[in-house]
Design a protein around this ligand. Structure first.
Ligand code: PAF
Length: 296
């Protein structure tokens, strides 16, 4: 294996010094259990940077339930092999004390409310936990560019805000969602699906594309569209819709007027879907009104 595994800040600094001064550093933070979506982030980083480091750290402050934290799947050996196979230079695998010397407690950032809506409303404190760990990782690694997947769209918005609070560094690169052949968004959770569930879960992205197509033809209000999407997804029999939300793509302010057509807003509209296949919660998101408002 060529990849260098590092567990301390000092080890990272000495590794970084073995590269030419000024080499562009790309960083991909992860919680491990890597799949093709993560590897696509590393590949994009490798195509744009001279030195690429991925971190593997299961962050305690972003979990709402201790059980979810302790049950989080860890497979560092396989993760390292996967990173190595695509040429990632280094993996940073710190312990809790390195990132939380005073114990695992979140900071309180001014995230402009981006952390309080949508997924954040269901998981109080989650995005403050994410921002805290990413901020500390940025402090230690000092990357030029950091790569995040758009499947976690709200997380990308929170991290962009964090980067602004840090004075614009690193630059945040938001990368497209990587999907299975049938359109299902890649996730570590997909490995818990049966073959039939994997097949049927394709309907989530189909519903999102249906919404986009319909809005390109008709001024559909959110309530009616939500009803149609829900019916489409539930028709599979094996999926149960948890939530379908529409929000302004930049501010993430939820669309609240059920009767106002979704193409009559001043920002693009992002749609968020979560659905259960058995006890596995799947999420996906898509920009369903990519353009500005239609005049008149
Ligand atoms: O997206 C994730 O895996 C995590 O939220 C992140 C960004 C690595 C922070 O722990």
């Amino acid at each position: 294996m060529k990849i260098t595994s590092l567990s301390t800040h000092a080890a990272w600094l000495s590794f970084r010094n073995s590269f030419p001064k000024g080499a562009i550093i790309g960083f991909v933070p992860t919680m491990g259990a890597l799949h093709r979506g993560h590897l696509a982030l590393v590949q994009q980083a490798l195509s744009e940077c001279e030195l690429v480091i991925a971190s593997i750290f299961v962050n305690p402050t972003q979990f709402n339930h201790v059980d979810d934290f302790t049950a989080y799947p860890l497979d560092v050996e396989n993760d390292l092999a996967a990173l190595d196979s695509i040429g990632c230079h280094a993996a940073f695998i710190p312990n809790v004390a390195t990132l939380y010397p005073d114990g695992p407690v979140s900071e309180n950032y001014d995230l402009l409310g981006l952390d309080l809506v949508l997924e954040g409303a269901l998981r109080p404190g989650h995005f403050q936990g994410v921002a805290t760990v990413v901020d500390r990782l940025f402090d230690l690694i000092q990357p030029d560019r950091a790569y995040f997947g758009l499947k976690d769209y709200q997380q990308v918005k929170v991290i962009e805000r964090l980067a602004t609070l840090r004075g614009g560094k690193p630059s945040i690169v938001a990368c497209p969602i990587v999907r299975e052949d049938n359109g299902l968004a890649m996730s570590s959770r997909n490995r818990r699906l049966t073959k039939a569930q994997t097949r049927e879960a394709a309907v989530i992205f189909e519903a999102l594309r249906f919404a986009e197509a319909e809005l390109s033809w008709f001024p559909v209000p959110s309530l009616a569209l939500k009803r149609e999407m829900r019916a489409m997804i539930q028709a599979t029999g094996s999926l149960r819709v948890d939530a379908i939300d529409f929000a302004l793509a930049d501010s993430l302010q939820p669309v609240r007027d059920p009767d106002r057509p979704l193409d009559r807003y001043s920002e693009p509209i992002q749609c968020f879907v979560s659905a259960f296949a058995g006890d596995v919660r799947l999420i996906d998101t898509h920009c369903i009104v990519p353009k500005g408002p239609i005049e008149g």
